[in-house]
Design a protein around this ligand. Structure first.
Ligand SMILES: Cc1cc2nc3c(=O)[nH]c(=O)nc-3n(C[C@H](O)[C@H](O)[C@H](O)COP(=O)(O)OP(=O)(O)OC[C@H]3O[C@@H](n4cnc5c(N)ncnc54)[C@H](O)[C@@H]3O)c2cc1C
Length: 415
């Protein structure tokens, strides 16, 4: 007999998990989640820095980040779990910009409108919060013969921000969803999307060497870097070009003489991000410099998941410039994961496709983790016309496909 469900979710990363929780909370409990990996965190989610920052170029994305941050800050209330694994750390988040100007004014005005708590740090506050940092405002050109540090930097501080454990957060969500009746199968790869009369009718799934057909009038594509491939299988490729991009990371012990706990630091002058780890012993580093942000990966199942030597050298040098006691030499760990980037405008698509009942949510670049709680709410409203757990003020159609591109006023980062 062919199994029949109310809905099927493909992928058990953080998007699939939030989607399952929201749909089940809204009453759609005969849900099946199919995950090709043997566990949680084998896609983008497992490699995520899981940073919650709220500085964005659009009111809507800023609002989305603020609402999601309030959820992770009140995680036990939201999930209803007595013991959780998300481990949110309220380290605070700092943005370093080269000077005052339009970007700073725009950021602060969007923050005020969306209700984000933030401030521009004066020199004293900056030194108090980040005593180990250099506040040089000059771009460090690694090909130049010399570098002269300059004054004049602006620091925007979000005291409520921080970071979580990406896999733990996803496991919490899945625990809640399963408690509501959702069935989750690992090592279950969707190999076909079935349709009849212009509507989706189910999927074909391969598990333990067997092929099985499962019927459902609703299929949600939460396949992250594999999502465009799944849409092609369904015969509904998106007009937007959304591609997996390799994102490299480093982790290294920080100096014992660091004088204060690190906040998350987004250094927009030199294009690096610095994040502490939960144990307080390591620094994670990544880059959003232009030449590190465009490496397309044709097959998300095969890519180099370690950082390259030139990347390591460059990012360690930039981190040392920002934290002078941080030595660029010594043992480091490196890895690489996949962002899924919408090359049109860097924003995701959250919408029903041309195939009725077949939805896609993908293209979250390096933002998806923090936005995912609200993404789940938007999907419940789009699919069922009702809220599941909590509700959002973010407009439902903001991430529709075929929209006019949403332009960031700070290319490459805020969005
Ligand atoms: C290095 C890195 C750092 C990041 N840092 C941040 C950050 O600091 N803050 C932030 O907000 N975001 C960050 N992100 C982005 C964020 O992690 C992603 O946007 C988010 O995890 C995407 O989740 P997802 O569920 O869509 O994708 P995934 O986690 O990739 O989940 C998709 C799942 O679908 C499964 N799947 C695919 N195809 C099939 C199939 N045919 N059948 C069954 N299962 C299938 C995959 O196995 C996978 O588990 C970062 C990402 C990376 C890579």
């Amino acid at each position: 007999m062919v199994a029949t469900y109310d809905g099927i979710i493909v992928g058990a990363g953080v998007m699939g998990a939030n989607t399952a929780l929201q749909l089940a909370s809204a009453g759609l409990t005969r849900l099946l989640m199919l995950e090709k990996a043997p566990g949680v965190g084998f896609g983008s989610t497992g490699k995520s820095s899981a940073i919650f920052r709220q500085t964005y170029s659009h009111y809507e994305t800023c609002l989305m980040a603020r609402e999601s941050l309030q959820i992770i800050r009140n995680w036990q209330d939201f999930t209803g779990l007595k013991s959780t694994r998300a481990d949110f750390r309220n380290s605070g988040v700092v943005f370093l910009l080269s000077q005052e100007g339009r970007a700073v004014e725009e950021v602060l005005s969007i923050h005020r409108r969306a209700g984000v708590i933030s401030e521009v740090l004066d020199a004293q506050a900056r030194a108090r919060l980040m005593p180990d940092f250099s506040f040089c405002s000059a771009y460090l050109d690694l090909d130049a013969e010399a570098h002269e540090c300059q004054e004049g930097l602006t620091a925007i501080y979000e005291p409520e921000g921080g970071f979580a454990d990406p896999v733990g957060t996803t496991e919490d969500l899945l625990e809640v969803a399963r408690g509501l009746g959702v069935e989750l199968r690992f090592k279950a790869r969707v190999t076909q999307v079935l349709q009849s009369g212009g509507r989706v009718s189910g999927v074909e799934v391969e598990q333990d060497g067997n092929l099985e057909t499962v019927h459902a009038p609703l299929v949600i594509n939460c396949a992250g870097p594999w999502a465009m491939g799944l849409n092609e299988l369904a015969g509904v490729p998106l007009a937007e070009r959304i591609v997996p991009i390799r994102a490299q990371k480093l982790a290294k012990r920080h100096p014992e003489r660091l004088r204060a706990p690190l906040p998350v630091v987004n250094d927009l002058i030199n294009g690096i991000n610095i994040r502490p780890d939960a144990t307080g012993t390591q620094i994670f580093m990544s880059s959003f410099r232009e030449h590190h942000s465009h490496e397309e990966v044709p097959d998300p199942d095969h890519y180099n998941d370690w950082a390259d030597a030139p990347f390591r050298e460059e990012v360690l040098t930039l981190a040392h410039h920002r934290i002078p006691t941080f030595q660029a030499r010594g043992e480091i760990t490196s890895y690489a994961g996949l962002y899924t980037v919408n090359l049109e405008d860097n924003h995701p698509v959250i919408d029903e496709t041309e195939l009725q009942g077949f939805f896609i949510l993908c293209g979250f670049s390096g933002h998806g983790f923090k936005l995912s709680p609200v993404v789940g709410m938007l999907i419940a409203q789009k699919v069922l016309g009702q809220w599941g757990r909590g509700k959002t003020d973010v407009p439902l159609n903001f991430f529709d496909r075929n929209r006019d591109p949403l332009r960031s006023f700070w290319s490459g980062f805020f969005t």
